[in-house]
Design a protein around this ligand. Sequence first.
Ligand SMILES: *[C@@H]1O[C@H](CO)[C@@H](O)[C@H](O)[C@H]1NC(C)=O
Ligand SMILES: *[C@@H]1O[C@H](CO)[C@@H](O)[C@H](O)[C@H]1NC(C)=O
Ligand SMILES: *[C@@H]1O[C@H](CO)[C@@H](O)[C@H](O)[C@H]1NC(C)=O
Ligand SMILES: *[C@@H]1O[C@H](CO)[C@@H](O)[C@H](O)[C@H]1NC(C)=O
Ligand SMILES: *[C@@H]1O[C@H](CO)[C@@H](O)[C@H](O)[C@H]1NC(C)=O
Ligand SMILES: *[C@@H]1O[C@H](CO)[C@@H](O)[C@H](O)[C@H]1NC(C)=O
Ligand SMILES: [Ca+2]
Ligand SMILES: [Ca+2]
Length: 506
Amino acid sequence: MCAYRMYAFGGMLCRVVSVLWPVLSVVSGFNLHAEHPAVYRGPEGSYFGYSVDFYRPTPESSTLSVLVGAPKANTSQPGIIEGGAVYYCPYPLNPDPTKQPYSCTQIPFDNTNNRMIKVNGTREPLEFKSHQWFGASVRTHKGKVVACAPLYHWRAVKVNGEKDPVGTCYVAVQNFSAYAEYSPCRTNDPDPEGQGFCQAGFSVDFTKEGTLVVGGPGSFYWQGQVMTAGVAEILNGYSLKAVLRRVPGEKHTHAAADTHDDSYLGYSVAVGEFTGDSEQGKRQHFHLSVINSTNLTFIMNFTGEQMASYFGYSVTVSDLNGDGYDDVLVGAPLYMERERESKPKEVGRVYLYLQHSPLTFSEPLLLTGTHTFGRFGTAIAPLGDLNQDGYNDVAVGCPFGGEDRSGLVLIYNGQRDLTARGLTLSQELYGAWASSSGLSGYGFTLRGDRDLDNNHYPGTLPCTLLILSSFFRFTSLLPSSGEVTQLKGSHSKGSIVQSLYLYRPS
Ligand SMILES: *[C@@H]1O[C@H](CO)[C@@H](O)[C@H](O)[C@H]1NC(C)=O
Ligand SMILES: *[C@@H]1O[C@H](CO)[C@@H](O)[C@H](O)[C@H]1NC(C)=O
Ligand SMILES: *[C@@H]1O[C@H](CO)[C@@H](O)[C@H](O)[C@H]1NC(C)=O
Ligand SMILES: *[C@@H]1O[C@H](CO)[C@@H](O)[C@H](O)[C@H]1NC(C)=O
Ligand SMILES: *[C@@H]1O[C@H](CO)[C@@H](O)[C@H](O)[C@H]1NC(C)=O
Ligand SMILES: *[C@@H]1O[C@H](CO)[C@@H](O)[C@H](O)[C@H]1NC(C)=O
Ligand SMILES: [Ca+2]
Ligand SMILES: [Ca+2]
């Protein structure tokens, strides 16, 4: 048990000590060690755990840590209220269950106040960092880190002092010793019909080569937009003063005909081996587009089967049947199941599209939630090969499922013949803190550590990790579009537990 962890982390969590973790059901062996997750907690009201990723300073480094977004956290930035933060949480070397939760520190991506301009002789802010949701998204790639503030506003060049939610991102390299800002929608093209409502960084990812991919769902009257840029190019020649800087080699999708308004391209971004990045659209179009990452043109779209199911709320790419082609999983957490005469039940659904040959996909295989209003498919995370049978496995969050609606996470195993046999449910995880009202949102955010798949410690168990946070988005980040500002359902603010659980394989 835990051979790799013992090697790298001194065998932490192998000990059976804590009583904090109540009953967790295990369906079969070779799974995540459900009883003893490491637990991190953030400041009250900070939305700690809204986003999360694993982090290693260098690919060779044996220490693993976790970066956790807390988009409403207060920071040391002078005059800024709830600007949001990303926390560095070291993986505990010597866990002492009596000292849980483990402590995390804020990463100083930006220590500054709003930049100012002179208007008619008076100094006024050029930008607005309070309530900007920094840390709503965070991603890492081989020591590179990006974190974004999609509700960062800027005044543009307008005389009347209006402000636009253009969004902004920060990159960091060399273990947080070099930083630069990247705000691709901060242009002289304001207003909804341009990039003024872009909300860049609502979603973010890296391509396998390490190019940054930024989703901005609000551009062009919510058609949405995707931008790509190299991290080295962002850092080279960066200056605080160059607010309208264009990064060399940066690319972006363009506005389409207005029939595509409200398609929210860039709502979620996933990157796969089919030369593409996938994003989402919904409502009128509710589809997911595959884009050529070389020249950012559309290649194909996946289309959901039901309006308002939030098809594309989550997207993940992983090869689940071991044929060498990445497959695509798309979540639709508000999918309604309609059984003959009975009333439709909102259970949520996950669609698995198998890629048979480059860019040729099967009809989707379906995983359907079983808990009404459980939001099955809110989060999907590739786990690498958890049970070491040669096929990748995947986790699906159902944050309001379970008997008391406090949430659960389902682990599914891949296999060769998925078309005939489907994904196999192998484990269910439940949160330890079911709140009194039930709704704790366990499984709202999920992240598996794929980097550990090919671990270079021979003869050891797989070391895929699953991470997830207990939190839900009761307010969406799309503020101005009216109808879609909230995922429906009954939540109360008081029920949010800001904590994060980190599991390792057993
Ligand atoms: C941030 O600080 C403001 C003002 O001091 C306070 O009202 C607010 O509750 C704080 N928010 C959090 C999440 O700590
Ligand atoms: C600047 O001042 C002039 C004269 O007071 C006024 O007419 C104009 O609207 C002001 N411009 C801005 C941008 O406030
Ligand atoms: C990387 O940065 C973190 C956070 O500042 C620090 O705790 C850690 O010691 C650093 N690691 C290395 C290898 O420098
Ligand atoms: C993507 O665009 C590049 C450059 O135009 C092209 O060479 C490549 O074939 C395209 N890939 C696909 C899958 O269309
Ligand atoms: C992008 O690449 C595709 C495939 O090679 C090509 O059809 C398309 O014209 C290219 N678009 C641009 C804008 O270069
Ligand atoms: C996919 O959707 C986008 C808009 O989101 C559109 O521009 C493109 O033409 C569509 N592609 C196909 C193949 O339908
Ligand atoms: Ca495959
Ligand atoms: Ca497997």
